[in-house]
Design a protein around this ligand. Sequence first.
Ligand code: ATP
Ligand code: MG
Length: 395
Amino acid sequence: MTERKTVLIRYDEIGLKGKNRKYFEKCLLKNIKRELSCSDDISYRSPRGRILLDIPSSFAQECTTRLKKVPGIASFSIGVSMAPDFEAISALGVQWIEPKLLSAGSMKFCVRTRRSAKSFPQTSPEVNFEVGSRIMKQLSSKGLTVNIKEAEFVLEIEIGRLETVVFDNREPGLPGLPVGSSGNVLCLLSGGIDSPVSAYMMACRGCRVHFVFFDNQPFLGRGGYDKVLRLAKKINRFQARATLFVVPFQDMQSAIRDHCNEENRVVLYRRMMYRIAEEIADRYHFLALITGESLGQVASQTLENLAAVSCVTTLSVFRPLVGMNKDSIINKAIEIGTYETSIEPQPDCCSVFMPKNPVTRSKIPFLERDEGKIPWEELRDDALTRMEIIKVDDL
Ligand code: ATP
Ligand code: MG
């Protein structure tokens, strides 16, 4: 039994990044190191096109679970690092295959070699043959056959310039770009199903996603607040180092409710949220706003209303869910583990103040006329002064 294992990590899209490749690789390596910092017994190296880790065997399971949370990994394998010696590799193959073969009675297998060190004297097909025939010599009488197309067991050999890794498994990773490689963005995070999914999607595009929650707790109790804290923490598992801004929104909402046209309320709330979010983004140099809006999902998400909201800010506004239907958003939320928290009962910030007939095609001059009836700049600045700033890593 080997005491140490080697993890071979394949990048996702970084592989395509020409001159910036080093930068993306560094980001990914840093994120992996942070994710695995619970063990101090790991050595890291990054030969061209791969990241290799040397871990204690006992850490393999935990390592697998953790690597699946790091965006930017196409797949990874856990195996053994050894000299490119055909006898030794075949012996290891026999050791792995034999117990499975004996319990199954017969098995189809093949050897697959990838040779990144082109200086290695044999070609990949030659290595396949050398190792495969040695294994067959020992196990063909026990029911082992070679079948490249329908192999039930694939022994993989990756021959690098400095080391060779042998493995029999491939775990899918979390594709996309390494967090931090694109920049910082600010996600408007409500307690619902959609916005956590949109934050996650941007994290997988290399963004570090920070959060802003507009809290109207005096009306709703602490439920929404606690929920958002937990959601932020769950999404932060994919990235780390996020900040959550909690903005007291009750005064702004009450002013809108009491002085503006009822049918415009939701769009007006949203315009104020965007304005406050823009102020925060400017202060912290965040490069875009992210929301969980999806076209046509509710009255406030028609093309006209989305435009009426976007136009209050000069920042880019990204809505990664815009083309998704609710079912696929829900499936994604289940997959990333936010759904259970999102569906806990909580009166939505806007639904408490929901108009009976919300406008579906708002007209900017009418919205501006409504906004003229309240001291919104003052309310915005006051909310920003009272804003709570939370480091999500510390939660
Ligand atoms: P969800 O709440 O899951 O985003 P939803 O369908 O309830 O989905 P809406 O309430 O219409 O969405 O809100 C649209 C978007 O506006 C949200 O996805 C979120 O980005 C933002 N938003 C709404 N309410 C708040 C809030 N209280 N704090 C921060 N962002 C909010
Ligand atoms: Mg909502």
